[in-house]
Design a protein around this ligand. Structure first.
Ligand SMILES: Nc1ncnc2c1ncn2[C@@H]1O[C@H](COP(=O)(O)OP(=O)(O)OP(=O)(O)O)[C@@H](O)[C@H]1O
Ligand SMILES: Nc1nc2c(c(=O)[nH]1)N=C(CO)CN2
Length: 165
């Protein structure tokens, strides 16, 4: 199954956090690296006033079930010292499951595809760069993007994530 994960960080050394998270996600069996997007500097969306994020999207191949992938994502978030404060507030690391194959779920603990991904340029811009043919719930990501303001999402060509070892 194809798995799409979105990474975000807006506290501390944001790039180091993203690279560390990428390495940690693939540092266990059951998860094969496919590709990682460029890094984007993004205006914060929602929540209280907070700093800019670095965002990236990772594509993996996995036969793990969605719950196991969520657990892995959460353990990586915890390992990078994420302190959960207010909703949509600042965080050292956020790992969201955007889609897991064609799994569909409306469980609040794990909603798939991610219920807000289709409206988030900070997810769709990097995703479309790493997979221009991608679709989300039957719609092309590039089409979804056409209706969104992308001004707050800027390529950081000076920052490149390395594929995990
Ligand atoms: N697709 C998903 N990916 C990650 N977490 C999810 C997903 N669907 C539901 N959740 C649940 O959401 C909770 C995480 O909420 P969190 O505080 O990270 O939200 P947020 O990142 O601030 O906001 P958002 O969900 O809009 O990105 C987790 O406890 C998890 O169980
Ligand atoms: N730019 C940006 N804004 C956000 C982000 C994020 O990763 N990037 N994550 C959020 C909660 O998941 C809320 N707002």
């Amino acid at each position: 199954m194809k798995v799409v994960l979105a990474l975000g960080s807006n506290l501390g050394d944001r790039f180091d956090t993203l690279q560390g998270a990428l390495d940690a996600l693939f540092d266990a069996p059951g998860f094969g690296f496919v590709a990682v997007s460029p890094v984007y500097e993004t205006d914060p969306v929602g929540g209280p006033e907070q700093g800019h994020y670095l965002n990236a999207v990772v594509i993996a191949e996995s036969s793990l079930d969605p719950r196991a992938i969520l657990e892995r994502a959460q353990s990586v978030e915890n390992a990078f010292g994420r302190i959960r404060m207010e909703r949509w507030g600042a965080r050292t690391l956020d790992v969201d499951l955007i889609m897991v194959g064609d799994a569909v779920s409306d469980d609040p603990e794990l909603t798939l595809p991610h219920p807000r991904a289709h409206e988030r340029a900070f997810v769709l811009v990097p995703w479309s760069r790493v997979d221009p043919e991608a679709t989300l719930a039957g719609r092309r990501v590039t089409d979804l993007l056409a209706g969104l303001d992308q001004e707050g999402v800027r390529l950081r060509a000076d920052l490149t994530l390395q594929r995990p070892e």
